[in-house]
Design a protein around this ligand. Structure first.
Ligand SMILES: Cc1cc2nc3c(=O)[nH]c(=O)nc-3n(C[C@H](O)[C@H](O)[C@H](O)COP(=O)(O)O)c2cc1C
Length: 166
């Protein structure tokens, strides 16, 4: 089984963790890589969000209002060699950041196994499983994993990832 992780994550100032060099979701993506040998693809925005947390929340809200598909620095167009696709990010106002949608809209998920994941500070997995079922047409979407962002750097969180991956 060949695996790929498609994710978004933002370093900088964030809720509950202060300034971090590496975003919370990226920590989870790296756990997945450690346990499965997955390749990582980060949805890296061409225009990064602001360093400042409050400004970033406003920018993310604007993307939702516009149903935007923010441009990425690089794109992935072919996932045909992968069997299992992990898709995740932080919860931004109850949803995955729209950069993830930008990437998902380009891909053909027919026959793939999709595992949703999210980091959050209270919303849990929010609407992520439901949205990925709609967006990843033809895929089998399995049960998702939600981890609180401020606890991803714990042995407990790492164990949760280990028990969840396929
Ligand atoms: C723009 C923005 C919106 C957020 N909205 C929510 C939210 O609706 N619910 C929630 O539980 N956490 C919310 N958070 C907290 C993040 O989901 C959480 O800190 C996450 O772990 C950040 O992941 P990252 O470091 O990989 O970017 C928000 C954070 C930001 C920056």
């Amino acid at each position: 089984m060949k695996s790929l992780v498609i994710y978004f994550s933002r370093p900088g100032n964030n809720y509950a963790v202060g300034y971090v060099e590496k975003g919370n979701t990226e920590v989870v993506a790296e756990y997945i890589r450690e346990f499965t040998g997955a390749d990582l693809f980060k949805c890296d925005p061409l225009r990064p969000y602001s360093e400042d947390y409050m400004t970033c929340t406003e920018e993310a809200m604007a993307y939702q209002r516009q149903n935007a598909r923010p441009a990425l620095k690089t794109y992935l167009d072919d996932i045909s060699s992968y069997d299992v696709i992990y898709i995740g990010g932080p919860i931004y106002w109850g949803e995955l950041p729209y950069e993830v949608y930008t990437e998902l809209d380009r891909l053909d998920f027919k026959g793939k196994i999709v595992l949703p994941f999210a980091t959050h500070e209270g919303s849990g997995i929010a609407n992520v499983e439901r949205v990925l079922k709609a967006k990843c047409s033809g895929a089998t979407v399995r049960k998702g994993l939600a981890i609180q962002g401020s606890s991803v750097r714990s042995e407990f969180a790492k164990k949760q990832v280990k028990n969840w991956v396929v």
